[in-house]
Design a protein around this ligand. Structure first.
Ligand SMILES: [Fe+2]
Length: 346
């Protein structure tokens, strides 16, 4: 179904449905259900999705990423927050409580959502399953007031969701005095450790690569402009070897000339990398706040390249040493980018 509903249309309707930001009251069940219907129509609209992607790309460009949901847009009048969720296979935030209305739209693939009996959770802290919902693409679920739930991507593909939440969500509620559950809210990256930059780079790359795969399925001036933004922000690859895409694109062999222009620099100059060799593998390790962490294990043939990487803050893909093909040089470089330890530059 194609509609031309835009983000501004949704916001106009939300102004009628929801209290203004300075009025700290919860809307009626009918208002939340109306918003749910609107969102269900909206996510079928390329115009709406592109509005949201443009905001998301602007958010990514600011690098203000962290774990959890990060709003790409906050409606100034109502304070309603719009966020995207990117769920790898098996991903789940675990059981958590919402203390105000929320909408969860499945934009791509599926999402399993367990809801728990709220009263039991309040009284005893025990989690008793109330509903087990398999939400499919295009469906929008809602929470009106307090609810304990646990979404999980039980599929073997990535899931893309949109979350529309009340500005009151996450605030302590008289209806839910228990402190047994975490509130789902933005967790800004606050550590000064160089590894924090790795985490941010991974988040940025996952988002850009997924958005790119969505944009590749569209064909209009705005989607082309968004793709150009993805390119500018450093995701030119069409080898979606980590993500299961909407339109898989066959990997292209890379030439030496292309590898020469594929330049990478470490995401933080103080980030410490080490290469470890065993009989069966070459492993790259990174220093984290919790000690060394194994990043990736490769065939021993990659050892000279990984040693080289651990000793150089910047390099081009064609300079990776060892008995590697041009495609292998490219794939190792791209893997380093996906891991968040290097960023491409021109
Ligand atoms: Fe949630």
């Amino acid at each position: 179904m194609t509609t031309s509903l835009k983000l501004t249309d949704i916001c106009d309707q939300f102004d009628r449905l929801f209290p203004q930001i300075d009025v700290h009251t919860h809307p009626s069940l009918e208002a939340v259900k109306s918003a749910r219907s609107l969102l269900e129509t909206a996510i079928a609209s390329d115009a709406f999705i592109l509005d949201c992607i443009e905001h998301e790309l602007a958010l990514i460009e600011t690098s203000k990423l962290g774990s959890g949901l990060i709003p790409f847009f906050v409606q100034p009048t109502t304070g309603v927050q719009f966020s995207f969720g990117y769920w790898s296979p098996g991903a789940s935030p675990g059981p958590h409580v919402h203390t105000a209305w929320t909408l969860t739209a499945v934009c791509r693939n599926t999402l399993n959502v367990l809801t728990y009996d709220t009263q039991t959770a309040i009284e005893s802290g025990d989690l008793v399953i109330k509903k087990n919902i398999d939400a499919t693409q295009g469906q929008v679920g809602f929470i009106h007031r307090v609810c304990v739930h646990e979404p999980i991507n039980t599929s073997d593909r990535w899931t893309w969701t949109m979350h529309v939440t009340s500005p009151l969500d996450g605030q302590p509620s008289d209806e839910f005095p228990s402190d047994r559950f975490q509130f789902e809210q933005e967790q800004p990256v606050i550590s000064d450790h160089p590894f924090s930059e790795v985490v941010r780079s991974r988040q940025r790359r996952v988002r850009l690569r997924y958005l790119r795969s969505i944009l590749m399925t569209m064909s209009c001036e705005r989607s082309a402009a968004c793709l150009a933004t993805c390119d500018r922000l450093g995701v030119k690859s069409q080898n979606h070897n980590l993500l299961i895409t909407e339109s898989p694109i066959k990997a292209q062999p890379y030439s030496n000339a292309q590898n020469r222009t594929y330049k990478l620099q470490r995401t933080h100059a103080d980030l410490i990398l080490k290469c470890k060799r065993t009989d069966t593998a070459a492993t790259l390790l990174v220093d984290t706040p919790n000690g060394p962490e194994e990043l990736v294990e490769m065939d021993p043939i990659a050892e000279p390249a990984l040693q080289f990487v651990s000793q150089n803050l910047s390099f081009s893909a064609d300079s990776l040493p060892g008995e590697l093909s041009q495609l292998e040089q490219y794939q190792i470089s791209e893997t380093l980018e996906n891991l968040g330890i290097y960023r491409s530059y021109t």
